[in-house]
Write a protein that binds this ligand. Structure first.
Ligand code: MN
Length: 511
């Protein structure tokens, strides 16, 4: 298989890169290419193609040069002999921080139990610390999903589920629709292959008859807007992505004719006021379907989405959804949080700016949730509400600190060596951890290791610790454990075991 890489392909995707940006990206490109030399992927292609493609997705998102460089380098520490010291010497602290962040997130795994899904998502956010780390990780996953067919069959399904439940959800909640849609469709194909084929078939049918008509209609809308003075209005259309189409199909008892937004016409005008004007012009000519007019400009969706929606009778017997927005709203709708990431060389400043945006995003999510819109917003996850409430009372400098210190201090997330997440209260010890996995493991706990090092059983666990428990058939709980355990569940199990199996009384005389 031939596949060529060229740093120019990355650079030409960037709207306004300085010559320094280009130098940095080129340097990271060469460095990563050398480091991965000789390694191949499951597909048999050179490994470097993966970081290269990841960097291209980041460039499409218009991420900054440091983020793109980190994307090129994201697997270098994990997969090659390059050390973190070398990355720091060559590229500085900021890029090392990003690369290490992505490497850390790579250790988190979903193993099929829904119990930990929400904590896993939280953990991704908490552990990335800087939103850019999370965005690199999403692009990394997107390229891995695009090439999932080459991965051994037994791994495909786990990766697809993880993508659907963790990554696509995170991308959606961060408003990066461009990525969440593609992740969902790719995962859908592996998780429900039959349904996927069905969706492809129906959508093809529907759009084949529709597209010509739609394009004709698009031209009349364009003409009408220009005639009324919106001379810079632009129009195009989009086809609904397969996974959401299929879920909608299910909810409409598989009657595809009841889905009005399989394809939608898009109108782009310069300002929000123009959006309302365009809506007025359109309604003046074509009759709207009652109950389908949605003002997501006044009431943005929970993920920050803004647009005006209306569904109209075109007059030739069809019904079309129209979405009206400014170019800025469009960019936000497609790229969400990524469209707001400001990059600078100073790490702390960047971090604060990124979090500031998150801070601005959160209250609007909350408000939307409390206002009455035509569609009640019920899907704001609790953890986002918690964060929003938390930040509402904080000064801006405190926000970053509070988000980690306060919100995540109530719970502790630690891992099994396989990467399963265990959610415990602060102050928990390896004893709590062992009982949280299984009472048998607790009852036969012999020793514990954190990150490969033996620790005493009263060690307080820290966020992100990987805890490895050793059991022995002969080991059993002692009274001392009651003081070391923090969770009531562990204490109860220890008491039960002690009652069943009282410690032998030592005869003082023999002693
Ligand atoms: Mn990777």
């Amino acid at each position: 298989m031939t596949y060529t890489t060229d740093v120019k392909e990355i650079l030409k995707l960037l709207d306004n890169a300085s010559s320094e940006d280009e130098l940095l990206i080129t340097k990271a490109y060469e460095f990563s290419k050398n480091a991965h030399e000789g390694y191949t992927r499951y597909s048999g292609e050179p490994y470097f193609i993966h970081p290269y493609e990841t960097a291209k997705i980041l460039a499409e998102l218009q991420m900054g040069a440091s983020t793109i460089a980190a994307g090129l380098l994201h697997d270098v520490i994990e997969d090659t002999s390059v050390t973190d010291k070398q990355i720091e010497d060559e590229f500085g602290k900021e890029i090392l921080f990003l690369v290490e962040g992505v490497t850390k997130l790579g250790k988190l795994r979903y193993h099929g139990s829904d119990r930990y899904i929400e904590s896993l998502r939280k953990l991704f956010v908490a552990m990335s610390q800087d939103i850019r780390v999370l965005i690199i990780k999403l692009c990394d996953r997107l390229h891995n999903m695009r090439t999932l067919e080459f991965v051994p069959k037994h791994k495909q399904l786990r990766i697809a589920h993880e993508t659907m439940k963790v990554y696509a959800q995170l991308a959606y909640r961060l408003g990066i629709r461009r990525i969440s849609r593609e992740l969902e469709d790719l995962a859908f194909q592996y998780i429900e292959p039959e349904n996927y084929k069905e969706a492809v078939k129906i959508i093809k049918q529907k759009s084949k008859e529709g597209i010509e008509r739609l394009d004709k209609f698009r031209k009349s809308v364009q003409k009408a807007l220009v005639k009324e003075g919106l001379t810079t209005a632009k129009t195009d259309y989009r086809i609904k992505h397969l996974h959401s189409f299929y879920r909608k199909l299910e909810s409409k008892e598989f009657d595809a004719d009841k889905i009005y937004d399989t394809s939608a016409l898009r109108v782009y005008v310069p300002t929000p006021t123009d959006c309302y004007r365009a809506l007025g012009i359109i309604h003046g000519i074509w009759r709207p379907l009652p109950g389908r007019i949605k003002d997501y400009i006044a009431f943005p969706k929970t993920n920050g989405y803004r647009s005006l929606h209306t569904t109209i009778f075109t007059g030739d017997g069809s019904i079309v959804e129209i979405q009206i927005r400014t170019p800025e709203m469009h960019r936000e709708a497609e790229y969400g949080i990524a469209s707001h990431v400001i990059y600078k060389n100073n790490l702390n400043e960047t971090e604060n700016k990124n979090l500031l945006w998150l801070k601005n995003l959160l209250p609007s999510m909350l408000q939307t949730n409390h206002t009455t819109t035509s569609e009640p917003m019920t899907d704001v996850p609790n953890w986002i509400k918690d964060m929003a409430e938390l930040q509402a009372s904080a000064h801006k400098d405190e926000f970053a600190h509070n988000m980690n210190a306060d919100f995540f201090q109530k719970r502790l997330f630690v891992f099994t060596p396989k990467g399963d997440v265990v959610d415990l209260p602060i102050g928990s010890t390896p004893i709590d951890f062992a009982y949280a996995i299984h009472s048998d493991i607790g009852n036969h706990l012999h020793s514990a290791k954190i990150a490969g090092k033996m620790v005493s059983l009263d060690t307080k666990l820290q966020n992100g610790d990987i805890v490895d428990i050793q059991t022995k058939d002969k080991s059993k709980p002692s009274v001392k454990w009651l003081d070391m355990a923090r969770t009531s569940m562990a204490k109860k199990r220890i008491k039960d075991a002690l009652e069943k199996n009282p410690a032998p009384k030592i005869n003082p005389r023999i002693k």
